[in-house]
Write a protein that binds this ligand. Sequence first.
Ligand code: HEC
Length: 221
Amino acid sequence: MSKKNASVWTSIRFWRRSAAWVTGTATVLLIWLTFNTMGQISMGSDADLANGVKKRIPAPTVINYHIDYVMDQKRGHEVPVIGQKEPFFGKQWSAEEAAALLHHGKLTSQAKNCMNCHTLLGNGAYYAPDLTKAWLDPRWEDGTMAAITGKNSKEEAMAEFLMHPSQYPTHARMMPNLNITQDEAVALVAFLKHMSSIDTNGFPRNFSQNAKRLEGGTNAH
Ligand code: HEC
């Protein structure tokens, strides 16, 4: 075949160069993405919270703050908004205390196998509601559960529910008693409160609407 008639698609030189370019560009892109992701998923600090610096995953001391779940029109879903300081189980927790509490909560959630029935950040089983935003469930927010459990605060109501879930059945399915102690319940509630503060790009989808629908259907099934 004469050189003049050879198509570029059959040129080995062309394909070698293309391969080198594609590999090079993809490598640079992947390195950039890796660093970008590391920045997005690294946990914020106590100072970030104090200075109002937004982090996808706030520091453990976020348990000392009020967390709202607000519709973000631009992003098209709800996002957690960290508000004013509020007591958590009657006190403010230091950075060390909060970190230790969350660690205890995480270990308890694993030891008691919450994922056997629930999903956490989407991982787990589909028997019971997703717990990612459980702290922001309107039932705890509007005082319904506080009234039912006879507790004064949202965190105490949730801890009471976790210790004696079969006494407070609110959906058609009942959560069984898992012999959760007071200390474990406090740690689990902290774990759930922290998890609810994570910006999960609106996961689980339409959480508030679904929670309200469930609430409307309470005892109806
Ligand atoms: C055997 C299955 C099962 C296990 C294990 C289980 N749960 Fe549940 N859980 C349920 C069911 C069913 C419900 C819904 C019952 C209700 O609301 O009355 C529920 C409800 C809840 C709620 C209320 C949800 C909301 O949105 O308000 C919380 C919080 C909760 N569970 C936390 C936990 C934690 C934390 C663990 C692990 C320590 C756990 N559960 C383990 C079955 C389970």
